[in-house]
Write a protein that binds this ligand. Structure first.
Ligand SMILES: Cc1cc2nc3c(=O)[nH]c(=O)nc-3n(C[C@H](O)[C@H](O)[C@H](O)COP(=O)(O)O)c2cc1C
Length: 210
């Protein structure tokens, strides 16, 4: 039977977890990034399509490449964070379906005929995986600072150039086309830099039971 999480665990991943804007000078190891991915990858996606692709930026050089794409309000905290993850998704995720969804050998073809359906599926499931990423990071003791205040086209051109195809090119199309969704700073948050906690909608405001 599933083990229920106790109140402290629920506080860690939801009730007391905050969105961080400042970071302590405490590094995040590569091993922890591996553990983070190895947890979040188990969250469900449609047809197990797993479209999320994550680029972890930790060096000053990598951060400099991100800088021109950041909005002013996100600049300083992102430069300071031990790691900034680009949460992205592969528009050609369906190339992996024969391996990821072997129970239906025809699953790849659901997507090859419709770029629109592939895009909606990649975005929906990649975003879900981004949420799993945040909860997994928190459950491993990390703090997160998710951000959508940046120029996706600039990030894609800099980090995922295959997403900006050259119409003149005669080369075989790439087997993956990765596009950014949102950014997430990772590390150990500085409590002193938190904004006051915003309220949330009540059950009655946000939910209906029919
Ligand atoms: C997808 C996403 C994008 C966000 N973009 C930004 C951003 O660009 N800049 C920023 O300062 N905060 C950003 N936030 C932070 C939200 O404002 C914050 O998570 C929300 O107010 C809840 O704060 P709390 O977790 O501390 O309660 C973003 C959060 C999410 C989930």
């Amino acid at each position: 039977m599933a083990v229920l999480l106790n109140d402290e665990a629920l506080d860690t991943i939801f009730r007391k977890a905050r969105t961080h804007n400042g970071w302590l000078d405490k590094p995040v190891s590569d091993d922890l990034l591996h553990r983070l991915y190895d947890l979040m990858k188990w969250g469900p996606t449609s047809a197990n399509c797993s479209p999320a692709r994550i680029l972890f930026l930790r060096t000053a050089e990598a951060k400099e490449r991100l800088k021109p794409a950041l909005s002013a309000g996100n600049l300083e905290k992102t430069m300071q964070a031990p790691v900034t993850a680009i949460i992205a998704h592969d528009l050609k995720f369906y190339e992996q379906l024969p391996r990821l969804f072997p129970h239906n050998p025809g699953a790849r073809e659901w997507f090859t005929g419709s770029a629109e359906f592939a895009l909606a599926t990649a975005f929906r499931n990649g975003t879900l995986q981004g949420a799993y990423f945040i909860i997994a990071a928190r459950s491993l003791g990390l703090d997160c600072g998710p951000m959508s205040g940046f120029d996706n086209a600039k990030v894609d051109a800099e980090f995922f150039p295959e997403a900006v195809p050259d119409p003149e090119s005669t080369e075989t199309p790439p087997s993956s086309v990765v596009k950014s969704n949102f950014l997430c700073n990772l590390g150990y948050g500085d409590q002193a830099k938190l904004f006051p906690r915003g309220p949330r909608l009540t059950f009655d405001e946000a939910c209906k039971i029919l």
